[in-house]
Design a protein around this ligand. Structure first.
Ligand SMILES: *Cc1c(COP(=O)(O)O)cnc(C)c1O
Length: 222
């Protein structure tokens, strides 16, 4: 049972304050079941359609994390059950989540995705956009702002990765320090290749796919 073995091995090594989100994108329901049977509850997907299908086929006890770019026109499909949206990358998206959540009287947990990598391609807010959202926060009655998410540059240069994580942690501390409530408590950073560094730099939620399920095969999806 490689999936269960990998999962338990990683979990055993994690500090207790760190939550592991098993990134199950492209994986089959059977593979996910193996992780569920091993006691795992937090799973991350990056595509709405895929998450919906798996949500229908798998136990309702699973906590689904949306970690990929979310289009505003797809928000209403996930808003009723999603546990945490990591990838809020625009004010417009946050407004839409708030609107759809209000319709069903739900409060949706969200993280602001901050752009920390050197790459142009990675989605995320810059610091000014984060500030703008925080200024408007009181108008989002159906959102719970739980923290920040970031992805480091895909590089073998540890120092670059460390610096990016460190800057996000600094922003996280700054925002958290200015608040009375403790809801703002999640710092989602770190993937298979860099989660150890991320934890050293203050992450308390990691998103790990390959190290649990093995290499992804996209060929059948094309
Ligand atoms: C795919 C993905 C991950 C997991 O990546 P691995 O390298 O397989 O661990 C983490 N975060 C996001 C946003 C992803 O899209």
């Amino acid at each position: 049972m490689p999936v269960a073995d990998n999962l338990l091995k990683i979990k055993k090594e994690l500090p207790s304050h760190v939550t592991l989100v098993a990134v199950s994108k492209t994986r089959t329901v059977e593979e996910i079941k193996e992780a569920v049977d091993a006691g795992h509850v937090d799973f991350g997907e990056n595509k709405v359609q895929e998450m919906l299908q798996k949500h229908e086929q798998l136990p309702q006890t699973i906590r689904w994390h949306m970690i990929g770019h979310l289009q505003t026109n797809k928000v209403k499909q996930v808003v009723s059950f999603v546990h945490l949206i990591h990838s809020v990358d625009s004010l417009k998206l946050l407004k839409e989540i708030n609107k759809e959540a209000a319709k069903i009287s739900r409060k949706v947990n969200c993280l602001l995705q901050v752009h920390i990598a050197k790459e142009e391609t990675k989605f995320g807010l810059d610091y000014n956009e984060v500030e703008e959202i925080l200024r408007q926060e009181d108008s989002f009655k159906n959102i719970v702002l739980c923290g920040l998410m970031g992805m480091a540059t895909n590089t073998t240069d540890e120092q670059i990765i460390r610096n990016e994580f460190r800057s996000l942690k600094k922003l996280f501390n700054k925002i958290r320090g200015g608040r009375k409530n403790s809801e703002f408590s999640i710092l989602s950073m770190g993937m298979s290749g860099d989660y150890q560094l991320a934890i050293e730099e203050g992450s308390n939620m990691i998103r790990v796919g390959t190290a649990i399920f093995g290499d992804r095969d996209y060929s059948s999806n094309v």
